[in-house]
Design a binder for this molecule. Sequence first.
Ligand code: HAM
Length: 432
Amino acid sequence: MKLKAINGFKDILPDQVLRWQQVEQTARDIFERFGMREIRMPILEKTELFFRSIGEATDIVEKEMYSFPDKGITMRPEATASLLRAFIEHGLHVQQPVQRLYTIGPMFRHERPQKGRLRQFHQMDVEVIGATEPQVDAELMAMGQMLLNALGLKVSLEINSLGCPDCRPAFRTRLIEYLKERKDDLCEDCRRRLSVNPLRTLDCKSRGCRALVQEAPSILDSLCSECNEHFAGVEHTLELLGVTYTKNRFMVRGLDYYTRTTFEFITGDLGAQAAVGAGGRYDGLIEQLGGPKLPGIGFAMGMERIVLLMEQQAESSIIKPAADIFVAALGDKAAEYGCVLVQNLRALQLKAAMDYSGRSLKAQMKQAGRINSRFTLIVGDNELTEGKAVLRNMQTQEQETFALDGTINEQAGRLFSTIIPTSIEVDGIKMK
Ligand code: HAM
């Protein structure tokens, strides 16, 4: 039987990795412009952490976690809970009143795999802890939008407010009353949700429920004055920053920890997997996890979905990195010389390659082409005795004799200055 990766777990092959690196580097660059510092947490956490944060009645905790019950541990299904656990454990709030943190890595959820939905997927997660101001919410959304724009993606932003422990219970009661009167028209899942998690009916995908909730009471009409003011502040700042958004009162999110602002970056180009990124505020969560009474807000982008979307939407193509020089050696002595030379070239920070299998010159030149090498140094046993080799520019096909004078180290140095231009000319002006 052929061994294969597990369903929902994917290899990211070298050609695809280029795009992943582009996404990751762009994200790091933008996050750091916004004062974010990286934090890395372990993949395994105590199961209890997710019970107490994401919530026991959520799909993630009820049926999607990869847990080892005998050990009481779980592979993280998201990053926020782990990041807050680390934040509390190491007392990071003592260092700085507002912490801006980000992390990038794999998450695990036992969902039904499909396009853009995996069992191991990667998130770029950002959290700002210790700030309650609506400007921070808007700034985070603007940062997400800046990242998506920088990657050449067109994605829309939807926002909502889920209120706070003061105003949400009243809305919940109103919603339950409304739904109970129409119970027979709800799907089976939503009938069950009615008592455990009634807000989830608002984003149920079944057509019947979708039609039914159109007339349901709106959470945005049930906010207390503080939540209303906060939401107005978020909208005002988004407008100041020129971030386009729409309000979506049906957005409830699949994790229980949210309060007030929630938001999603949405695309119509990935079928059912519309959310490229999502997040929101969680003002009571840190305290609930045994930490100080601090507010927080964050979001996570799904990297698989971003990469898929780039393949579909983005115009820029990936430029394959080129090797600087390939050493084509013919004969045993030349091969030995080449082996030492490439090592010296690499020490000078050049990307140098060589083929040790002693194949024909033609085969070696083919290999140089395959790795997209800019130059090839051709050296045979005879040339070695005569103290000269041939340096070929693979783009122009021009060849020149390269004298093998001095030590190998010196030769590597001369090769370096021959193939790396020390100055470039811009508009007739020489630049170093
Ligand atoms: P989430 O909505 O569960 O939120 O996930 C955030 C993003 O991760 C989604 O919008 C999606 O792009 C990606 N994602 C989720 N599940 C999968 C999957 N099975 N396959 C591929 N991509 C997936 C959270 O995880 C929150 N922790 C976000 C947050 C941070 N809230 C506050 N801070």
